[in-house]
Design a protein around this ligand. Structure first.
Ligand SMILES: Nc1ncnc2c1ncn2[C@@H]1O[C@H](COP(=O)(O)OP(=O)(O)OP(=O)(O)O)[C@@H](O)[C@H]1O
Length: 768
């Protein structure tokens, strides 16, 4: 029998039966962390200097995560929405080919929706990445191999200071200033609302107030663009002076009836060595005390829910269901892996049930519920979940339309099978709107529109597509926006989709972390040349710690994902890869295999970053050295993306671990996540044998993929306003990357390509 920590209540004075907004729950979180008892009860193998120990080796074993950092480490100014001209290598290669052929990217949808979100915006003029002094990273390179070198000797530094005082040429202060300028009004409005409700000094409600002030800015952005004008008109008609409402109703958490604007409590870290507790309700659970059969849900849906083993609703389900059933527009925010899909599907099915069935003679039966997801994997998963819930509703059909599959096949499918619920990725949906006969008519029947991962869908990359889709569905519909992250900017633009009187429901306490307390988070800063050996060492260590290991390694760009997967394969690890360059059938196969397996590593681009529900992922590694999304236009905000990627572990209340691997010049990113409980880890010792092994493996990796990765790397940074401006520095960084791949000399690039990139005669480049 594994040890269970004593019940939380043993450490806390009893909770009042009813809490009012003015009573800060946060204050009663603190004693829990002040008690060191758990460390004694659960002695842990803490190998990290960052935890006050002197580690000899690196481990990814669970450890007591740093006490919550909510109020003590105020949330960083939300990073501005990251922008990218060329964010994915698919885009990059298109762009590079465009250079070759003398034409530029058309801006049309690529096959992959996630990728299609990229590369359609403009560089925000105000991005100005100027950083302070350069310093510690130059020492770090020397210290790394010693494990407790200069870097390590500094000991534990909490994340709050991890970005300060350290140098980085790229990224940083400019973002903060930009945010302040844009967000000032937002916070103003928020304070007013908070006073009204007597809540703590959080931020959430402020967004609503801010939206009023910021709305005109959005409209100006779209001036002159057809879709923008259309949206402006529609926005005006639908929303008038736009004002969202925050919901303050009661939900039964099992501990107390809570009259807050959030649902459920995250009490912080529990013992890390106990078993994962995903059920049982209680204050720390993602589950509420409300059972599904206590709600006005059709008995046949209840039967399906019972079959799948759900008994109690999750917090977000309990909080949103009654509101959605009333027909309200809802924007919901809940942590990753807490059941948002069911939260929007279940009431959607109820809406279908309430709609009189289309007559048999009706040639084009209407689509009643339209769910939009940013990636194919997520859309497929949501459709699957819908089918599970529809088990006993044979006359209701859920179909999926996604890029990478045959349009004709989908046309047949959606026409010959019941299709009241359609789950789609934006690009493919628009394809159907334009090319499938009668499809547009069917969309005029939509009663509920769902934007899953709403913040991403409303981001610059997807916005135009979403506007087009919104224009294709009736104005008199119900709209539901769900995500684990809702930035201020999303609040400002949500009026694109939502009615004026929509309700914002959050199960994340304002001012608290958006990540799970049971997921330990660490960051490592290491020069590029050390990153492959480090990655291998981290993985090896994790594998030896946990036979049931299931690891996701995020590399974001397709080519580097392929390269890293090749390398790990050469190192005899059980590895799979998934990214936009792979055919859809392959992606589906790999995704299914990873879902079912243990003892496996999936190297992936951001196609797996959001929403994908892989059970029991033990570790998420974000290799950010290969990602420069935040400085480019069209990419999702890096802070949000960090949270979503991390959210692939620790789902359904389970434990998990996250490691963020940064290059020294990237550590300014830590500023944007400094409110999250992420600690600095001492790099593991990379022994000479491991280093040699990695070098040997790298030498076996196909030269072509290295060349492509190098060219992609150069292209990315060249389009980066800060780095790209300094061509000497650009080449220096690219050649550092080349060396990290084990190449003595950087790959040669065609003269014409270099010319078009503006890199002719830059020293350090080799010309073909
Ligand atoms: N009431 C429930 N009880 C138990 N498990 C549930 C319940 N509702 C949903 N789940 C399961 O919880 C898991 C996570 O759900 P889901 O993928 O919808 O999370 P999410 O909040 O959308 O996550 P993300 O933010 O990453 O998209 C799924 O495996 C789902 O089947």
């Amino acid at each position: 029998m594994p040890l269970k920590p004593p019940p939380l209540r043993s450490f806390l004075s009893p909770l009042p039966v009813t809490l009012y907004p003015s009573m800060s729950l946060y204050s009663i979180r603190q004693p829990y962390f002040a008690i060191p008892t758990f460390r004694c009860i659960f002695p842990l193998k803490l190998k990290f200097l960052g935890l006050g120990f002197s580690p000899r080796t690196f481990s990814t074993r669970p450890f007591q995560s740093r006490p919550n950092s909510g109020p003590k480490y105020p949330r960083a100014k939300a990073a501005p929405v990251a922008k990218s001209l060329v964010e994915d290598e698919d885009d990059l290669s298109n762009w590079v080919s465009g250079l070759r052929t003398g034409s530029f990217r058309s801006g049309s949808f690529t096959e992959d929706e996630e990728d299609s979100s990229r590369g359609k915006g403009k560089i925000r003029a105000s991005f100005d990445h100027q950083m302070g002094k350069r310093g510690r990273e130059s020492n770090f390179a020397n210290g790394e191999d010693r494990g407790l070198g200069k870097f390590g000797k500094r000991g534990f530094r909490n994340s709050g200071d991890s970005g300060s005082g350290d140098s980085s040429r790229f990224g940083g202060d400019g973002e903060g200033r930009e945010y302040k300028r844009r967000g000032g009004g937002v916070r103003e409005g928020g304070r007013g609302r908070e006073r009204e409700f007597g809540a703590r000094g959080g931020r959430g409600s402020s967004n609503v107030g801010g939206a009023v002030k910021s709305a005109p800015k959005f409209e100006r952005r779209f001036d002159g663009e057809d879709e923008g004008r259309e949206m402006k008109k529609r926005g005006g008609e639908r929303n008038g002076g736009f004002e969202g409402k925050k919901i303050w109703t009661k939900v039964n958490t099992g501990e107390a009836e809570v009259g807050f604007g959030f649902y459920g409590f995250d009490w912080g870290a529990k013992s890390s060595s106990g078993p994962s507790s995903a059920d049982g309700g209680g204050a720390d659970s993602y589950l509420s005390e409300t059972r599904f059969d206590q709600c006005s849900i059709s008995p046949l849906s209840l039967k399906a829910i019972k079959d799948v083993g759900y008994e109690k609703m999750t917090m977000v389900q309990a909080a949103t269901l009654p509101v959605i059933l009333k027909g309200k527009d809802v924007m919901a925010k809940a942590k990753t892996g807490t059941g948002k899909t069911v939260a929007f599907l279940l009431p959607s099915i109820e809406a279908v049930l309430k709609t009189p069935p289309a007559g048999r003679d009706q040639k084009k039966p209407p689509i009643l519920v339209l769910v939009i997801c940013p990636t194919r994997e997520l859309a497929t998963q949501a459709a699957k979940e819908a089918k599970t819930l529809l088990k006993y509703h044979p006359s209701i059909g859920a179909q999926v339309v996604i890029g990478g599959t045959r349009l004709a096949l989908e046309q047949k499918h959606t026409q010959t099978n019941p299709c009241q619920i359609l789950v789609a990725t934006p690009g493919r949906l628009i394809d159907h709107m334009e090319n499938t006969a009668g499809f547009a008519t069917r969309l005029r029947g939509v009663k509920i529109l769902v934007l899953d991962e709403a913040d991403h869908l409303l981001d610059m990359g997807f916005r135009k597509a979403i506007e087009k889709i919104i224009a294709a569905v009736p104005k008199e519909r119900q709209t539901l926006l769900f995500s684990a992250t809702v930035s201020d900017e999303v609040h400002q633009i949500c009026h694109i989709a939502l009615k004026r009187d929509h309700q914002f429901i959050s199960t994340v306490q304002e001012g608290s972390e958006e990540t799970h307390a049971k997921v330990s988070q660490m960051h490592l800063v290491a020069p590029l040349e050390n990153q492959f050996p480090l990655l291998y060492t981290i993985l090896k260590d994790h594998i030896s710690d946990d036979v049931n290991y299931k690891v996701l390694v995020f590399c974001t760009t397709a080519m580097v994902t392929g390269l890293v997967a090749d390398l790990l394969g050469e190192l005899n690890l059980n590895v799979r890869e998934i990214h936009s360059r792979k055919p859809q059938s392959y992606r589906t196969k790999v995704s299914d295999e990873f879902r079912k397996s243990k003892g496996i590593i999936l190297v992936t681009s951001d196609v797996s970053a959001r929403g994908v529900d892989y059970p029991d992922v033990t570790l998420v590694i974000q290799v950010r050295a290969y990602w420069v999304g935040h400085i480019l236009v069209g990419a999702p905000s890096e802070r949000e993306q960090y949270i979503h990627r991390l959210g692939r572990t620790g789902r359904k209340g389970k434990e998990g671990q996250g490691i963020l691997l940064l290059a020294p010049w990237e550590d300014s990113f830590l500023k944007s996540i400094k409110d999250l409980p992420i600690t600095k880890a001492t790099p593991p010792i990379v022994d000479p044998d491991t280093r040699k092994k990695v070098e040997r493996a790298l030498s076996k990796v196909d030269m072509q993929s290295k060349e492509k990765a190098y060219q992609a790397w150069l292209g990315y940074y060249n389009s980066n306003k800060s780095v790209g401006r300094d061509k000497m520095k650009l080449v220096e960084v690219a050649n550092e990357f080349s060396r990290s791949m084990g190449l003595d000399t950087p790959p040669a690039i065609a003269k014409i390509t270099l010319g078009k990139m503006g890199l002719k005669n830059v020293p350090g480049l080799r010309v073909k």
